[in-house]
Design a protein around this ligand. Structure first.
Ligand SMILES: *Cc1c(COP(=O)(O)O)cnc(C)c1O
Length: 426
């Protein structure tokens, strides 16, 4: 049996209908923006393997740092004990975040970072003697797949079987300059019961890279602040340079109470989630009453290897070379987006920093199950480019080490595939 066959015999893949799925491609090696399969075929990974590998695959600097740490201290219980990588990482990260963020809570992935944030907000209400249990979120939001994170995500085929068991959420449209008053009146109606507002700032990734303006989000945040609704800014996707600035927070005029990070945090090398909190949140848990403690933790909380990977990745991210590379990607995307906009098979082009997305014209509505995206996906794979679509939305979320020449190769292939793509009327 080859690797694909052995895989099929034992593995159950995420988001995959195993009855109809094509065989998975075994990858044996990664280097920079490239992945290599067992036949030696090379793929450009322009979606950063689910938006995480900021500095490309098998980055030698991160590998070296993690391997040194591996021989020094691989893991230690984080209750009653601490270690320098976690202390340094918290110090370094907090310096880059909005001023009000004061404390760092560690977990393992984006969904758990969100779970922790939700528990902080709901328990904040409990600890301060308020009865607030509803949550405000955007329609089509995506905050992860665990129960709490799923509850505050948009209702879809993904959440359907669990519908009865999800929390009570007030869903609103993302803000535009036109709908702000309408959104405010919905919020006002529920303000008394709302424990928090959770949102993906600027870009709703999994929804199909839907984007809104920082001015409009800032306005909405200001309104929530006035009504004492806590804000959870989920930067799991937007954090660490994705939007062109270090964090989406750098575009916003208001500060959230809590922030969530994962994906790019370790440069895609080790699983890790972080939830940061303002002093006000933290202080509401300080008490002689043990019921006011945050009873949450994970076996791998603040794993020293993951902390070291994050420290190394952040060092690379802050280098002038990387800052310039990010800027180049943003500029080149912008120029290419003008070209895409006029392509007869392209419906809409959206860009925030290094994220470039466009919809393939299709007479049926956008949905995850849309076929046209799959056809394009296969064509790009044949050409050695990994561009997993979201329905009929195609997007580029490249590693920051991609060169201008490599980007041009990708752009050229996109134009060719779009030219050849048969857009069926349905
Ligand atoms: C991916 C994602 C999550 C979930 O992260 P996982 O590590 O996949 O659990 C949460 N929020 C946002 C905005 C994401 O893009």
């Amino acid at each position: 049996m080859n690797l694909s066959e052995r895989d099929r015999a034992v593995n159950w893949h995420p988001y995959t209908q195993m009855k109809t799925a094509e065989p998975d491609i075994p990858i044996v090696r990664g280097q920079g923006i490239y992945l290599f399969d067992e036949t030696g075929k090379r793929y450009m990974d322009v979606v950063s393997s689910w938006w995480i590998t900021l500095h490309g695959h098998a980055n030698p600097y991160i590998a070296k740092r993690v391997s040194e740490q591996l021989y020094t201290l691989e893991q230690v219980i984080f209750a009653g004990f601490t270690h320098e990588p976690a202390i340094r990482l918290s110090e370094n990260l907090l310096k880059l975040l909005p001023k009000n963020q004061e404390k760092v809570f560690y977990s393992d992935n984006g969904s758990t970072a969100v779970e922790v944030a939700l528990k902080m907000c709901i328990q904040f209400a409990y600890n301060t003697g308020k009865k607030k249990t509803k949550i405000l979120a955007f329609k089509n939001a995506y905050h992860g797949d665990t129960f709490g994170a799923m509850s505050v995500s948009g209702r879809s085929a993904w959440t359907q079987p669990f519908g009865e068991m999800l929390f009570e959420v007030v869903f609103i449209d993302p803000p535009t300059s036109e709908n702000l008053n309408e959104l405010k009146s919905i919020i006002e109606k529920h303000a008394e019961e709302l424990a928090c507002f959770i949102y993906e700032p600027l870009v709703q990734g999994a929804a199909g890279m839907l984007m809104h303006r920082p001015e409009d989000l800032s306005e909405l945040m200001r309104f929530c602040r006035q009504h004492d609704i806590l804000m959870i800014q989920d930067e799991v996707f937007t954090g660490f340079g994705r939007t062109g600035k270090l964090f989406a927070a750098d575009y916003l005029a208001e500060q959230p109470d809590i922030m969530c990070f994962s994906k790019g945090l370790t440069g895609g090398t080790m699983p890790m989630g972080i939830t940061t909190a303002s002093g006000r949140i933290f202080e509401a848990f300080l008490s002689d009453d043990r019921y006011k403690t945050l009873f949450h933790g994970h076996s791998f909380t603040a794993n020293p290897l993951a902390c070291t990977a994050a420290l190394a990745s952040m060092e690379l991210l802050l280098k002038e070379e990387t800052v310039n590379a990010v800027e180049t990607i943003c500029e080149k995307h912008h120029i290419f987006s003008k070209h895409l906009m006029h392509h007869p098979k392209v419906e809409q082009v959206r860009q925030t920093g290094t994220i470039l997305a466009w919809e393939i014209k299709n007479n049926s509505h956008t949905s995850y199950f849309n076929e046209i995206g799959k056809v394009a996906y296969r064509e790009f794979l044949t050409r050695g480019i990994i561009m997993r679509p979201l329905g009929n939305v195609l997007y580029l979320v490249p590693p920051f080490c991609i060169t201008p020449e490599e980007l041009d190769v990708v752009y050229r292939n996109i134009t060719e595939v779009l030219d050849e793509l048969e857009v069926r009327d349905q």
